[in-house]
Design a protein around this ligand. Structure first.
Ligand code: ADP
Ligand code: MG
Length: 242
């Protein structure tokens, strides 16, 4: 489903050029659960931004379900960006003064979904990540782990088949990290394709395949033999911000 061939990315700021990706080939099949690892500056975020159509490669081909992403324009591109792919960031990227349920409604607002349906679907998405009791909370009234689960609900509300998460547990303690990974494992079991970036070997072991980046190239690609099973502790939801 995801096919990258010879992907290069050169950032140019005036005379300064940085080669962030030096020709990456990568195939990710439908339903795979992949961790991208590698040192800081090795091109992981650049890769994720290209995969999520938040950025374009300088060279190379990106096929998504047979569609040449470079040639997709206007509506096609917005369908890919807003419906096919859900993107999750390390820093949550929630609107700070806006309730959880309204944050989750945003992608549907852009898609023109009616108000009543938006609310119903946003509540269902929040319930699916264990936050049914927190829908009217604002981000600062939630713990980091809860905020990331709001961001996951927002990414899921349009039913994307592909979930991309750039260091989703980078700002979380180990318990919240495991809860987030439990959600990803459940989505994987439901057939979603998931690619996460992580620094932490412990987190990568929850996935089924590890792709290692170094200096803008893939230097390793291995199957995780016995993926760890994440324990979902989110159910109770007792207690407010940690
Ligand atoms: P990682 O996520 O693995 O830490 P990045 O993809 O963020 O790596 O960065 C890869 C390289 O590209 C680094 O050398 C980084 O400094 C550079 N880079 C990333 N974004 C930009 C940008 N917008 N402009 C210039 N250089 C950038
Ligand atoms: Mg990064």
């Amino acid at each position: 489903m995801i096919n990258l061939k010879g992907i290069k990315k050169i950032y140019a700021n005036g005379d300064i050029k940085v080669a962030a990706l030096g020709g990456v080939d990568l195939h990710v099949g439908e339903g795979e659960f992949v961790a991208i690892m590698g040192p800081s500056g090795s091109g992981k975020s650049t890769m994720m931004n290209i995969l999520g159509c938040l950025d374009t490669p300088t060279e190379g081909e990106y096929f998504l379900d047979g569609t040449d992403v470079a040639k997709a324009t206007g509506d096609d591109l917005s369908v890919i960006r807003n419906r096919k792919i859900g993107f999750i960031f390390q820093g949550f990227n929630l609107l700070p003064r806006t309730m959880a349920v309204e944050n989750v409604e945003l992608p549907m607002l852009y898609a023109g979904t009616g108000g009543k349906e938006r609310r119903t679907r946003a509540i269902a998405a929040l319930e699916s990540v264990g936050l049914g009791e927190r829908i009217h909370h604002r981000p600062k009234e939630l713990s980091g782990g809860q905020q990331q689960r709001v961001a996951i609900a927002r990414a899921l509300v349009t039913n994307p088949s592909i979930i991309l998460a750039d260091e989703p547990t980078g700002n979380l303690d180990s318990r919240s990290s495991e809860e987030v990974m439990a959600i990803f494992q459940r989505l994987h079991a439901q057939g979603n394709t998931i690619i996460i970036v992580t620094h932490e070997p412990d987190i990568a072991e929850f996935t089924e395949r590890i792709v290692r980046f170094r200096d803008g190239h893939i230097e390793g690609d291995e199957i995780v033999k016995n993926p760890r099973k994440a324990q979902a502790q989110v159910i109770g939801e007792e207690g407010g911000p940690e």
